[in-house]
Design a protein around this ligand. Sequence first.
Ligand SMILES: CCC/C=C/C(=O)SCCNC(=O)CCNC(=O)[C@H](O)C(C)(C)COP(=O)([O-])OP(=O)([O-])OC[C@H]1O[C@@H](n2cnc3c(N)ncnc32)[C@H](O)[C@@H]1OP(=O)([O-])[O-]
Ligand SMILES: Cc1cc2nc3c(=O)[nH]c(=O)nc-3n(C[C@H](O)[C@H](O)[C@H](O)COP(=O)(O)OP(=O)(O)OC[C@H]3O[C@@H](n4cnc5c(N)ncnc54)[C@H](O)[C@@H]3O)c2cc1C
Length: 675
Amino acid sequence: MADGGGEPDQLAGERATAQFDVDGMKVAWAGSRHAVEVADRMARLVASDPVFRKDTRTMLSRKELFKDTLKKAAHAWKRIVELRLTEEEANLLRLYVDQPGYVDLHWGMFVPAIKGQGTEEQQKKWLPMAYKFQIIGCYAQTELGHGSNVQGLETTATFDPSADEFVMHSPTLTSSKWWPGGLGKASTHAVVYARLITEGKDYGIHGFIVQLRSLDDHSPLPGVTLGDIGGKFGSGAYNSMDNGVLRFDHVRIPRDQMLMRLSQVTREGKYVHSDVPKQLLYGTMVYVRQTIVADASKALSRAVCIAVRYSAIRKQFGSQDGGPETQVLNYKTQQSRLFPLLASAYAYRFVGQWLKWLYTDVTQKLEAKDYSTLPEAHACTAGLKSVTTSATADAIEECRKLCGGHGYLNSSGLPELFAVYVPACTYEGDNVVLLLQVSVVLHLVARFLMKTVAQVATGKQPVGTIAYMGNIQHLMQCKSAVNTAEDWLNPAAIKEVFEARALRMAVNCAQNISKAPSQEEGFSELSPDLLEAAVAHVQLIIVTKFIEKLQEDIPGPGVKEQLQKLCSIYALHLLHKHLGDFLSTGCITARQGALANELLGKLYAQVRPNAVALVDAFDYTDHYLGSVLGRYDGDVYPALYEEAWKDPLNETVVPDGYQEHLRPLLKQQLKLSRL
Ligand SMILES: CCC/C=C/C(=O)SCCNC(=O)CCNC(=O)[C@H](O)C(C)(C)COP(=O)([O-])OP(=O)([O-])OC[C@H]1O[C@@H](n2cnc3c(N)ncnc32)[C@H](O)[C@@H]1OP(=O)([O-])[O-]
Ligand SMILES: Cc1cc2nc3c(=O)[nH]c(=O)nc-3n(C[C@H](O)[C@H](O)[C@H](O)COP(=O)(O)OP(=O)(O)OC[C@H]3O[C@@H](n4cnc5c(N)ncnc54)[C@H](O)[C@@H]3O)c2cc1C
């Protein structure tokens, strides 16, 4: 078929203009040559297997979609076993299958909860069964009445010393577990969070392993009510997941199914808390929030890859005397909307790699009973989860708009990507609630520093990602020395203004809170400002980690140079977007703001010839991208045309319903017109 204007070799031309080594960039993106190789092998394995096809997914009914998810999960497991895949390979294989399902919660939350909160004995008993899929587990924390406020959960686990058992009970409608993924239809077991009651006293929230379904016929055990909570946003998308409801009617479990690493209940019913911080109960959430930051870069890079490739193919206007029209990627407006998102994908990738390192480091320290870095791990995971997921959800929608009308088609992949992604702003902690956690830390540090500013050199210095706050004397009064647009290329100039902005916003909040009748009232009244201060702090972390990445040895001709441009774009587009913060805190002048914008325009022009190669470096197969607009070969129009015919509405030429509804209407109108 004639392509009618789409030029598949257009992308080959784009690739030829790249000024850097794409293979080198693949390594920088993936983290190592080994990581590129494994990811590539697993992506191709999935793409070449017909069971993993997903091109008609959005056309399936909920029941068909769920069954398809069960089929894919079972097939993935079969391949993992047959091919004896390593844990790394298996995780990647599941990633590229790209269909949310119970396995995500089994591996992502059930297993980590037992690892983190179970005793060695409990781990020995439960983990081998989970590893072999003899049981399927989920993470049942949220209830109908409470999600954000974990301490408000109502499910009870009351110890009965006469039977050496806990009695799990849902005392109210609002105590029904509500949302856990995999709970609705697939799981046989759950880690359930409930209020521990023993000797008549409520000891607050603790985790328990509870069997929910029979291992013989999958029916719910006596006293257990289970179901799916219903359809969710978008077609296909997260509807493959059986988010569920669970109620207990005095269900008994043995005492040793309480996760007892942090605290125990003795045979006599005595509650004993070990010397570890209570917050370790939240450890699974910290672990998952860290993985969500890495996932943000995956989702964002997919959307950007689609939008960049399609923008290079799509042409509109600019034709003179029948000459070629302009590729929409050449429009400065398209570049100024798209290239900051491209830069953000790289920025999130690198901050995600750093956060993974931080998490591993904290875990090792915890094992050695050093709990000092726990607050840092909590603040970083909470803040970065919040900022990266909010920005990514907005960015996917922006990419849809960047693809014009065709971006709204399911076959573009963008509507489903958005629908699957957007709950990340809510699950694992609502983004606002998490940012307020960060602002508590900032507020305390800012207040402490304000009090001790005179002796800050001798006082206790903040460490980790808040270390910059110790430089309060300089950062509260410094003025940026930027004098030309190119001065903004200096990472030190960028870092100074981002640090000054974040600190000044935190100090302003602390000063205003101190004027309120009480700290609680001040905190509540100023919470919108505190949120903005927390965002400024988290953006500083992302910018800093990108700058630090560039101090590493990055092999490959031109690779580091491209990343330097992307780092500048990432930081300067934030400066442009939040100019009000930088100006009102006196960190920069209006002229310096204008110079940053001038440089941004120049950087966009420099990125333009590299744009397609920069998204190729993500190394995504067409299967994983799942988008006719983002195809590697750029052959967009024939694919769009073909895809349309797959829609069930096109199964018949004359639609169902014609005889009942269309024909009588048309005939009646015809009769009336003849009267
Ligand atoms: C794939 C998708 C699957 C999805 C799954 C889900 O969604 S699963 C469901 C996901 N659900 C959610 O994500 C629910 C979101 N909600 C929550 O995580 C909590 O309810 C909360 C953090 C909002 C409040 O906590 P709280 O009621 O305990 O009250 P508080 O604020 O007074 O904090 C007390 C102290 O603890 C500290 N601290 C807190 N968290 C952590 C931590 N993780 N680590 C370490 N420390 C932590 C905090 O800094 C404070 O320290 P301080 O000042 O005393 O030194
Ligand atoms: C797709 C999906 C999958 C999920 N999977 C699981 C799972 O596997 N297991 C599980 O246990 N849970 C799961 N959840 C539940 C999820 O963790 C909760 O929905 C989430 O923690 C938010 O809590 P909430 O629903 O109570 O929101 P709410 O807290 O009711 O939020 C409503 C609004 O109130 C605001 N708000 C709340 N508190 C404050 C405050 N203190 N200050 C200012 N504003 C506030 C929020 O910002 C939000 O705008 C899932 C949810 C979704 C959507």
